[in-house]
Design a protein around this ligand. Sequence first.
Ligand code: HEC
Ligand code: HEC
Ligand code: HEC
Ligand code: HEC
Ligand code: HEC
Ligand code: HEC
Length: 359
Amino acid sequence: MRRSVLFLLVTAALVCLPLSNALAFHDQGVAYCAGCHTMHNTNGNGALIDTTGAGYDYLLKFSNATDLCLSCHATSRGAVWAASPTAPGNERGPGNFAFLLEDNINDGHNGATSPILGHRAGHTVISPSRGTVADLLNPVSPGGNYPAASLGCTSCHDPHGNANYRLLYGAGDHAEAGNFNYTMAAPVAEGLGFGTTSNPVFETVDNHVAYKSGMSGWCANCHGNFHQNSTQHRHPSGVTMSTAIRNIYNTYNGTIDQNGGNAATAYIPQVAFEDPDMTIAWTAGPDVDSRVSCITCHRAHATSGQNSGRWDFNITVYEEDGVESNSWVMPQPGNYGNDNQRSLCNKCHNKDKNDHNAF
Ligand code: HEC
Ligand code: HEC
Ligand code: HEC
Ligand code: HEC
Ligand code: HEC
Ligand code: HEC
């Protein structure tokens, strides 16, 4: 713990007013300090929080920022880290960190005998309580330079709150985690409400995160122009779609019904796109100002497909999902949940039009 930080924290704590419990905890700003910090490494009854007596960095109540956030967000308020990777609960948008603990997510050929470990499921946040360590494959963010050894909740979310979507850092912000400066704006989006245990809120075709703009730019804070550079043969992101691609998205209704869809009901959250007019209840396919984005193919936290895929990139048909690996089968809506469904790349490119299963 740096002395100057300690001093600042103690001084700031003196002017910190406790908020009423009735207010939402972060309330779009700094929540009450003692919700996350302890001034004396005690729990209020004189007992030590860190029983070694040393106390934690930044005077946190948990051994790192990630464990602190998980104390409230693991299984409620977004439920970002379910108790088991084979029972992740309802999808709400970002996926689930529980998949980091999978012993195999490989549903490709011979996947059972060549396991892909859970750290490949997405962003490997380091949590002492869950036993995750820095990602074993990527020492820094591919395409950029964010250190995997510093990756945690506060790499992306501002613990002291801000007005951005999901408290994400944006241009000009400094993340203490990883000592990192953000240069690109936070994305514009509208998320689902948190719901309650008896009345859960989750992703469906007409109730989903509304991605409006800026997600590709935001990911580029750490990933540079990964996937975004037409001169380097990478899939475009952050660009509008040609009429031909939009028409395919609108008419494609799964491998078994490739021309049966229509523009009014074409949207599936498994192949999301950004649009300035996007709403939570949006059901239509893309129009002239809709954009393919990083979030078209990836979820922000982790999934049971490799590389935080919105669908499993390693399988040929949907019935293979979860089979070799014994991992969670990512649900797909309606016709897309058919055993013979091919990769969801087809939602925009329809390369399964000669498939024998088609009729
Ligand atoms: C939601 C949890 C949370 C709340 C509430 C919170 N903090 Fe923090 N604070 C953190 C975390 C986590 C860090 C460690 C740095 C990081 O990971 O971003 C931190 C770091 C700090 C630091 C040192 C680094 C920096 O950013 O300057 C100070 C000072 C600080 N907090 C003061 C406060 C004060 C004062 C309040 C109340 C007004 C407060 N915090 C409320 C989570 C919180
Ligand atoms: C003491 C419990 C508690 C802790 C600790 C906590 N949160 Fe929260 N968080 C909440 C509650 C309650 C909400 C619900 C809405 C609100 O307060 O804005 C919430 C909401 C959020 C949201 C959604 C905000 C929105 O308006 O869309 C994010 C993102 C979030 N928290 C991230 C974090 C991160 C990152 C940490 C760790 C630095 C953290 N939280 C620590 C209780 C907590
Ligand atoms: C690599 C960046 C990144 C990291 C690391 C990260 N988040 Fe997020 N998080 C996001 C983004 C982006 C969203 C919005 C995703 C969306 O709407 O699809 C989000 C959404 C959320 C939400 C809203 C969830 C919901 O169901 O609507 C919560 C709560 C949250 N994060 C908490 C956390 C916690 C706790 C951690 C650490 C265990 C964490 N995040 C780590 C980027 C990150
Ligand atoms: C059209 C779908 C699609 C879009 C859009 C997309 N990705 Fe990917 N991404 C993939 C697939 C599929 C993989 C698996 C490896 C491969 O095929 O390159 C992947 C892999 C990755 C990886 C892992 C690479 C590695 O070496 O481990 C990162 C990081 C990544 N994508 C980031 C991004 C970012 C950032 C964006 C937005 C700028 C983005 N992706 C947009 C489909 C996409
Ligand atoms: C704060 C920096 C940061 C931001 C912002 C960020 N990432 Fe990453 N990302 C990383 C780091 C570091 C790694 C490498 C370590 C790992 O894989 O966990 C990574 C790895 C990945 C991977 C490969 C995961 C795996 O192990 O298979 C994908 C895919 C990815 N990021 C996509 C995205 C997308 C999409 C966004 C925007 C929604 C995004 N990232 C935003 C830091 C970031
Ligand atoms: C949301 C729609 C969407 C999805 C889903 C999608 N793409 Fe694309 N793809 C595009 C757009 C837009 C272009 C740019 C060309 C155009 O507009 O006609 C493109 C271009 C391509 C190209 C040509 C690139 C070049 O430089 O010539 C390939 C190859 C490709 N996509 C493969 C894939 C694969 C593989 C997947 C699944 C991992 C995928 N796409 C998913 C929208 C999509």
